[in-house]
Design a binder for this molecule. Structure first.
Ligand code: DGL
Length: 275
């Protein structure tokens, strides 16, 4: 193959790195292209129209850069933009390309993970108010689950500004955990419904009873991507297999490199692009 066709991984900022890490662990053979819209993060507080517009711009850019398959490694973008992109845009702009999200894969797995059917979802304002998880879980599991949601508006800024582990950060984390456990004290499974949140797992654990399990999406999305590629050999065969990863950000690359290297524990050299 003379042109590389990496798998595109998109997030509003650094959060998608948590997904990329697990995808690369499970599927190291493919090429990847990571794009963080750090200049316009966070998406979680933005309107439906704006998140859709920004996400579509990013998807188009990743297509231009050779991606045939793009993963929206962002719950907010998956909640607010994925359906329209899949149903309205793709047939017009790129009928043979695919865009997948992170909400459905996570929702599919919940039933297997919870023991008592009481589930909590932590997410951005956009994800929570879209009701995407609640609706998806209802559809998939016929109303057998009791689902509570909590908006955690400070958690993405904590990650984006590397305030992880500070007393200020812990104050907000404890507050949101207490809120969701007061809404349903029986919760045994907490879904981190924002790809930034796994960076806060150690802090979250400090405020959770040991009986509550925390579900990170990375391993789930990686497994579902592997299943998808098995079921779609026509897509699998166009994804190039050089084992490379390239990083792009809409912010200055210095900022991105420092933070991303910290999160991934390896040196990162990103390039700046405009959408
Ligand atoms: N990481 C994203 C998510 O999964 C978005 C966070 C944001 O930009 O607000 O929702």
């Amino acid at each position: 193959m003379n042109r590389s066709h990496p798998i595109g991984i998109f997030d509003s900022g650094y959060g998608g790195l948590t997904i990329l890490k697990d995808i690369r662990k499970q599927l190291p053979q493919y090429d990847y292209l990571y794009l963080g819209d750090n200049a316009r993060t966070p998406y979680g507080t933005r309107s439906f129209d704006v998140v859709y517009e920004f996400t579509l711009q990013a998807v188009k850019k990743l297509f231009e850069m050779g991606c045939q398959l793009v993963i929206l490694a962002c719950n907010t973008a998956s909640a607010k933009a994925l359906r329209t992109i899949q149903q309205t845009d793709l047939p017009k702009i790129a009928p043979n390309k695919r865009v997948l999200g992170v909400i459905r894969p996570s929702a599919e797995e919940v039933d297997r993970l919870t023991r008592n059917k009481h589930v909590g979802i932590l997410g951005t304002k956009g994800t929570v108010s879209s009701m995407s998880y609640v609706l998806e879980l209802e559809k998939l599991h016929n109303g057998t689950l009791t689902v509570s949601q909590e908006t955690c508006p400070m958690w993405v800024p904590i990650v984006e500004n590397n305030e992880i582990g500070t007393p200020g950060a812990n104050y907000f984390i404890q507050k949101n955990i207490n809120n969701i456990l007061s809404a349903d004290p029986l919760i045994d499974t907490l879904i981190l419904g924002c790809t930034h949140y796994p960076m806060l797992t150690q802090s979250i654990k400090m405020f959770l009873p040991a009986t509550v399990q925390i579900i990170e999406q990375g391993p789930i999305v990686a497994q579902k991507l592997a299943d998808y590629l098995n079921r779609h050999p026509e897509m699998e065969s166009v994804c190039s297999t050089g084992g490379s990863v390239q990083y792009f950000t809409t912010e200055t690359s210095n900022n991105f490199n420092n933070m991303a290297s910290l999160f991934l524990n390896e040196p990162i050299e990103a390039k700046t692009i405009r959408l």
